[in-house]
Design a protein around this ligand. Structure first.
Ligand code: DAS
Length: 350
């Protein structure tokens, strides 16, 4: 090999990696972080998913000081419109990139409405220990004190950090680091909306550095048994919400529409209303629909054989997963089995 050719190769590699900086891919999907409003004081009533990835990255030139950043617009939506097709496209792209030696971590910019769902889905299907950080904003990019730029800056630092390796998918906004499994949106509009109510943050971003104080005890990412690489569709799983005076109409409708699983977001400890709801779920179960008892309460363990005789009904309990996350785990579980004992193991594992 000529000396010139060898020099060209070494320059290219050095240029690709930068002087010791991590290589971080930023995958954009839309949301408020990419939103724009009529004026700098418009913080509600703006339009999400209008600003492209290059504009987002150019708005934070400081990114170049902490990582070699490349951007890609995977899709551009307000995240209330998220669906399984987008999830499969995003998950496959993430896994392809993480398998590359020249990618050290990934940031996903995302709408805040379903960040907690996308991040948990990825937590279960990403096949790497490399950091994946999902980030959003509560104020549009055009607003005074827009939180997107600082959130993006922190997310890129976190995704390029050694500390985040092996921690599972992370959600980082407002200087706080949450685990994908437990984080949920707690306020419709404030910048500190993302919380893990009782189990707590994993840590903080402070002074351009991550500080971790705990990590999830549940299986995720590289240790997960779920693989969507060969899937183009996911089983239909729906949620019915529990409330006083509830009837069975929604359950019967989901069964008639072909749901393979139903998550019941029950009152209290996942309680089932009688005589309306419990018989409807029993009939659904007898037709092969897998039933998971969750709770609308938001915290605590839904105890097996507590408010319902799950062994007799052949129901599954969600452990501490809220209904929207229980739906995701049940959907992925159904890609592997309909055995309720196996599915219950999965809910006690992930
Ligand atoms: N509609 C919201 C969404 O895209 C805007 C946001 O908060 O990101 O999730």
């Amino acid at each position: 090999m000529s000396v010139l050719f060898a020099l060209l190769i070494s320059f290219d590699v050095a240029n690709a990696r930068g002087p010791g900086l991590p290589n971080v891919m930023v995958l954009a999907t839309g949301g408020t972080i990419a939103g724009s409003g009529a004026s700098s004081t418009t913080v509600v009533g703006y339009t999400a998913a209008t600003v492209g990835i290059e504009t987002l990255l150019n708005a934070v030139p400081e990114l170049k000081t902490v990582a070699n950043v490349k951007g890609e617009q995977v899709f551009q939506i307000a995240s209330e419109n998220m669906n399984n097709d987008y999830w499969l496209k995003l998950a496959k792209r993430v896994n392809t990139l993480l398998a590359q030696d020249d990618v050290d971590g990934i940031v996903i910019t995302h709408g805040t409405d379903t960040i907690e769902e996308t991040s948990y889905f990825l937590d279960l299907v990403v096949k790497s220990k490399k950091p994946v950080v999902v980030v959003g904003a509560m104020r549009p990019s055009t607003a005074i004190s827009a939180d997107g730029p600082i959130n993006l800056f922190n997310a890129v630092i976190l995704a390029g950090s050694d500390e985040a390796v092996g921690k599972g998918v992370l959600v980082a906004l407002n200087d706080q680091i949450n685990a994908a499994r437990d984080v949920t949106k707690n306020n419709t509009s404030t910048a500190d909306t993302f919380r893990t109510p009782e189990l707590g943050f994993l840590g903080y971003m402070q002074g351009n550095k991550p500080y971790f104080y705990r990590q999830s005890t549940r299986r995720h990412t590289a240790d997960s048994e779920f693989d969507v690489s060969s899937l183009d569709v996911l089983p239909q799983v729906d949620i019915v919400y529990g409330y006083a005076n509830m009837n069975r109409v929604a359950i019967d409708a989901f069964v008639a529409a072909g749901a393979k699983g139903i998550v019941h977001a029950g009152v209290g400890d996942g309680s089932l209303a009688r005589p309306a709801v419990e018989p409807a779920l029993d009939e659904a179960r007898k037709k092969g629909v897998v039933i998971v008892r969750s709770s609308r309460v938001g915290n605590g363990i839904v105890a097996r054989n507590g408010e319902a005789k799950d062994d007799e009904h052949d129901f599954v309990v969600s452990d501490t997963l809220n209904p929207q996350k229980a739906r995701i785990l049940l959907m992925l579980a159904l890609t592997k089995t309909t055995d309720t004992k196996e599915i219950q193991r999965m809910f006690f594992t992930y």
